[in-house]
Design a protein around this ligand. Structure first.
Ligand code: ADP
Ligand code: ZN
Length: 736
């Protein structure tokens, strides 16, 4: 054994370089480590760091604090052969941490989300034609050598399959030297999209917007743009031009989409424009795909990434453009773990990268709208649909007035049934929209009034009649649909109250027995695959009517769709929070926008009991900007966001008494401050969720207030026990 090198006569080590290393764990800050001698490890260097009796990834974050004695420091080893995390990403992690009040390590964890990406690269062994001619030549062997003639390297099973022989034949040829091994990189490289794979022919409005965006990309500086165009106006076409410019500039592009499960159409459209699909990043990727994509992003090889929220934290070395499509979508708000809004953080990421960000929507968030009219964002408007398509005619159906002669009709009004009859007779397609999954949102006992609720959540159980089950949409708890009331034990007294999409479909089938229809909904029965299938069948005109939840409202393009029926336009308004009107408007506008996207004009019927409501009126008059202006005034008067600031603290835990006690203590500890009001604690909307009791506190502050400083000072006063969580939600968008 070669012990000499480590002999005790080795001179005392000169002082080793130390560094503060951030670990991807919810710790207060970076930990001090020693670096191996002579190693230069700037900020962003990924290291393997011992922690207790295990080893974790970490990132050199800054100079050591120097609070720990040198002899107690452990050594962090930089990982070989990997680029550093870009300094801009480290800055971004710090920024998000400070803004959301999450420990920096908890944010770093999101940037290191592919553990596998940091394992050493492996190589694949493959085979090419060797120099030897095998002594015996069978038909099978000839076939293999003929396949290998093209010089491509293949695995043993690959060769066997291509030549249609057993792998024993291939191995015989390897032994004879007729095939020789060669090493391949672990993954096939990502092909680069081509900026000019196909040329775009933009209409004048589109060309003008694209010109601004191309210029912004060339400027290599931060700028924010609201691409505000009606549905079907060609926003995607326009931002594709900005992507093309970024590709010409050799920069990377990140596109954030809200519903990653629904992006097949997007990927294909991208491929048609740029020759290849973009790289993808979302929670459905396998470990291997994650590793491949993460590394390709890190090396700058993946040029365009389309992803969900988490793709914001990928280590792009040369990001030149960020796009947030459907920027108003609530799905961009991450609600568990570190709570953050991916749209807002996308703007921040663009700023740290010195590149432009494009927010695209037909119904922008009020925040972005205010930024655009206030001049902080450039406001690029597309007011017309591309080509001959016109915006649909939106009509209100007053459910208080439409008395129905047919007592089987509960959810489809006579006007809607008439319009449906006409559309189907004309060979056109229709959509029925109700933002409620399942058959009925509430099951009630007629005898004793008992409501069936979830044992883990303060929520009703939703009936799913096809599956004959009742399910909690909050936690997934399920039971077979009972035949007797669990409370009073009476038989046959349970009644379904209110409609879900399944129930609308049942009524539709009753009135239109010959029409072909499908349900598209985001629940477990109608899972992503089934929903995709329903949407594809609709696109191929294999079905006439699509009945669904908000999943059918999103960016799809169905040229033959002329009628959209909105079953209950009042549903969203019931939430009663600050954004309820805005959300209802956005959703209904989005659904309406599916109608009449090609030559045939579209008709939208809005069934409502509040026909004079501002949302209904704005939709019927297609007065979007009027609605936004009114909403802006309300918010300004109430000093609500974006004219004031909000933060929520949700205290949760399994021990209800303890949760309420901590919430009370927090409430009492709120430091008095000018321009800041604290409300609560009060039970949250879901006061019980997945078995945990929840209490909420709400902080309202004037616009200029340093909310984070206030929250930090406040939270420092109360010791939160380990069994209780106090989650901070800066800029909350929902109030449950
Ligand atoms: P948006 O994203 O604004 O809803 P899209 O970009 O999806 O609109 O465009 C709507 C439809 O119009 C798509 O089918 C798209 O291919 C087509 N379209 C838009 N602009 C053009 C154009 N300049 N040339 C050809 N087709 C276009
Ligand atoms: Zn539940």
């Amino acid at each position: 054994m070669n012990r000499a090198r480590f002999a005790p006569e080795t001179p005392v080590l000169p002082e080793q370089e130390r560094a503060g290393v951030l670990l991807p764990l919810p710790l207060a800050g970076a930990y001090d480590y020693k670096l191996p001698r002579g190693v230069n490890a700037p900020r962003g260097t990924v290291v393997a760091a011992p922690l207790g009796n295990r080893e974790t990834l970490g990132v050199v974050w800054g100079p050591a604090e120097g609070t720990v004695g040198d002899n107690r420091l452990k050594i962090a080893e930089p990982l070989e052969g990997l680029p550093r995390l870009p300094a801009s990403l480290c800055d971004f992690v710090d920024w998000v941490s400070a803004y959301t009040l999450n420990p920096p390590g908890a944010i770093l964890a999101m940037a290191l989300r592919s553990r596998g990406a940091f394992e050493p690269e492996t190589r694949r062994i493959a085979y090419v034609r060797g120099d030897e001619t095998p002594p015996r030549m069978s038909e099978a062997r000839k076939r293999v050598l003929a396949v290998a003639e093209d010089g491509l390297a293949r695995s043993v099973p690959g060769l066997a399959e291509d030549a249609n022989v057993s792998s024993a034949v291939v191995r015989g040829l390897i032994q004879a030297g007729a095939l020789k091994p060669t090493e391949l990189p672990e993954f096939a490289p990502f092909r680069a999209p081509e900026a000019d794979f196909t040329a775009a022919h933009l209409n004048p409005d589109q060309a003008e917007a694209a010109g601004v965006l191309r210029e912004a990309v060339r400027a290599h500086a931060f700028s924010a743009h609201l691409l505000d165009g009606v549905t079907g106006s060609g926003k995607t076409e326009v931002y594709f031009e900005a992507i093309a410019e970024a590709l010409r500039q050799d920069r990377q592009v990140l596109i954030l989409l809200p519903e990653i499960a629904l992006t097949i159409q997007f990927l294909e459209r991208f491929a048609a424009r740029f020759g290849v699909r973009p790289a993808e990043w979302h929670s459905d990727l396998s470990q291997k795909e994650r590793r491949r994509t993460y590394r390709a992003v890190m090396h700058g090889e993946a040029r365009v990434v389309v992803g969900a929220r988490s793709s914001l934290f990928l280590p792009f070395p040369s990001l030149g453009l960020v796009i947030v499509d459907e920027e108003h979508e609530q799905a961009f708000k991450q609600q568990d773990g570190a709570i953050y809004h991916a749209r807002d953080m996308a703007v921040v990421r663009a700023r740290t990268e010195n590149c432009p960000v494009i927010l695209a929507s037909a119904t922008p968030s009020l925040e972005s709208f205010v930024n655009a009219i206030g001049g902080r964002y450039s406001h690029l408007k597309l007011v017309n649909r591309h080509g001959v398509a016109e915006l649909p005619d939106v009509r209100i159906v007053d459910l208080r007035r439409e008395k129905d002669a047919d007592e089987n009709a509960k959810w489809l009004s006579p006007s809607l049934r008439d319009a449906m009859t006409q559309a189907l007779a004309a060979g056109e397609q229709a959509m029925l929209f109700l933002n409620r999954r399942g058959y009925a949102p509430l099951t009630l006992c007629e005898a004793c009034g008992h409501k069936l609720t979830c044992p883990n959540c303060s929520a009703w159980l939703v009936e799913h009649r096809y599956r004959k089950r009742l399910a909690c949409h909050q936690c997934g708890y399920e039971i077979p649909a009972p035949t007797a009331c669990p409370e009073c034990k009476a038989e046959g007294t349970l009644i379904a109250c209110g409609p879900g999409v399944e129930r609308v479909a049942e009524e539709f089938a009753h009135f239109f027995p010959n029409a072909r229809y499908a349900i598209a909904s985001s629940d477990t029965l109608h899972g992503p695959a089934e929903t995709q299938a329903a949407i594809r069948a609709f696109a191929k005109r294999e079905i006439d009517v699509l009945i669904g939840t908000q999943i059918i409202a999103k960016g799809h393009h169905f040229p033959q769709l002329t009628l959209v029926g909105i079953i209950d336009a009042d549903l969203g308004g019931a939430d009663g929070d600050l954004r309820a009107r805005e959300r209802t408007f956005q959703l209904l506008h989005q659904v309406s926008g599916r109608a009449g996207r090609a030559e045939k004009p579209g008709l939208v019927l809005l069934q409502t009991r509040n026909p004079t409501d501002a949302v209904m009126q704005a939709l019927a008059k297609s007065d979007r900007d009027g609605f936004y202006e009114q909403e802006r005034m309300y918010r300004e008067r109430a000093a609500a966001p974006p004219f004031g600031r909000l933060a929520a603290i949700v205290v949760s835990g399994y021990d209800g008494e303890q949760v309420r006690e901590i919430a009370r203590q927090l409430g009492k500890a709120a430091p008095p401050a000018k321009d800041i009001k604290v409300w609560g604690p009060t039970p949250a909307f879901y006061s019980l969720l997945r078995g945990q009791t929840r209490e909420r506190l709400l902080v309202q502050a004037a616009k200029g207030v340093d909310m984070q400083a206030y929250l930090r000072a406040w939270l420092a006063q109360v010791k939160i026990p380990a069994a209780v969580r106090a989650a901070v939600d800066v800029d909350p968008i929902s109030f449950f």
